[in-house]
Design a protein around this ligand. Structure first.
Ligand SMILES: *Cc1c(COP(=O)(O)O)cnc(C)c1O
Length: 362
């Protein structure tokens, strides 16, 4: 299989500098998109072909396109940051490329070569470099690579045609007014993923499965849901779109990858960043009762969630049907904030990149 080269067909009418600057002044998250996108096709027998960088535009799909019916879809999320010297670098794109291949295998889709995934992201960031926010804060350009089944037909089977795309969206600071703890509803009945299911694949179906519990959490006054394992309804897994860490003094523990939770790049990075800062870090098991008891006896000192979008979010109030408690007096914990700063410093090029995580562009 040959790797396709991406043909550049840039827009003749990108947004004006003034229009773009107005968006970049307050981009929010996932609301505005850059001038271009990358598309690459795959068809059975031919493999990957027709890689193109084209103006950002709606897709035209037959109503019987398979993805619209059977949800054969996977996605990724990664960020490119402006560096102090004005250049741009993305964070660990190789990890996202490999996870994208793992997700593809789980959903019966073709694997995009790692180098093609990285090239597609690079080409888009280079073309739309003026959309990467200026250096300084936590702003970044969020990249959303994804793949959909484009064969037309209602028969249930893996499709014989796919479209891979990358779009990009400028992202502001997740906490514009300072880091604020998130409240969590511990769901003891609804589950997100089951053993043998697709909880470790990054696919829209897992998100669809989480929306009702998310709405229930909102009714309880909570912003996010924490899911337990689907068999014993006992072991803490993760939030709908972020992994969890438990801070025990100078040790941080995250639930081990059992197959039903997503292997976050942020989660993985923090295992190393914590050690670099002199903390212990490990993968383990935390039960819902232990979460409550260790908070009450004071050994569990902080809890935080992590993922590309928010980097690190402290957990404040936690509610389950029988109880409610609060971490760090409702303020971000000290270890949480130190880890957050250290990881962000690497990403924005201020901290030393000991592990070779930054991927420089252009
Ligand atoms: C993407 C995602 C995460 C976080 O992964 P990162 O690579 O750190 O962004 C965690 N859980 C789920 C379910 C996800 O989809």
């Amino acid at each position: 299989m040959t790797t396709p080269t991406i043909e550049l067909k840039p827009s003749a009418s990108p947004l004006s500098d003034a229009e773009r600057e107005a968006i970049l002044a307050s981009p929010g998250f996932g609301r505005h998109f850059t001038d271009h996108m990358v598309t690459i096709k795959w068809t059975e027998g031919r493999g990957w072909h027709d890689g193109q960088l084209v103006p950002y535009a709606p897709l035209s799909l037959d109503p019987a396109t398979m993805v619209l019916h059977y949800a054969q879809e996977i996605f990724e999320g990664l960020k490119a940051y402006r560096q102090p010297d004005g250049s741009v670098a993305s964070f660990r794109p190789d990890m996202n490329a490999k996870r994208f291949q793992a997700s593809a295998r789980r959903l019966g889709m073709p694997e995009l070569p790692v180098e093609t995934f990285i090239e597609a992201c690079d080409v888009l960031v280079q073309q739309d470099a003026s959309w990467v926010p200026a250096h300084g804060g936590e702003e970044s350009l969020y990249l959303r690579p994804f793949m959909i089944a484009t064969e037309v037909g209602l028969g249930v089977k893996p499709a014989n045609e796919y479209l891979f795309l990358v779009i990009a969206s400028p992202a502001g600071a997740y906490f514009p007014g300072g880091v604020k703890p998130v409240s969590i509803w511990l769901s003891e009945d609804r589950v997100r993923a089951v053993p043998g299911g697709m909880g470790d694949a990054k696919t829209g179906g897992n998100y669809a499965a989480s929306l009702l519990a998310q709405a229930e959490a909102a009714e309880k006054g909570c912003a996010q849901v924490a899911y337990l394992d689907a068999v014993e309804h006992k072991w803490v897994e993760e939030l709908g779109g972020m992994n969890l860490y438990f801070v025990y003094g100078n040790k941080i523990i995250t639930p081990a990858l059992t197959g039903s939770l997503l292997a976050g790049v942020t989660r993985d990075s923090l295992l190393s960043v914590a050690r670099d800062l002199g903390y212990e870090s490990e993968e383990g098991r935390v039960s819902i009762d232990q979460w409550q008891a260790d908070t009450e006896n004071g050994t569990l000192t902080e809890v935080f969630a992590c993922g590309t979008a928010a980097v690190i979010t402290p957990v404040g109030t936690v509610k389950r049907s029988s109880a409610e408690w609060q971490h760090s007096g409702g303020e971000p914990g000290e270890v949480t904030l130190k880890l957050r700063e250290a990881l962000l410093d690497i990403q924005r090029g201020i901290g030393e990149d000991k592990h070779g995580w930054m991927h420089p562009l252009g």
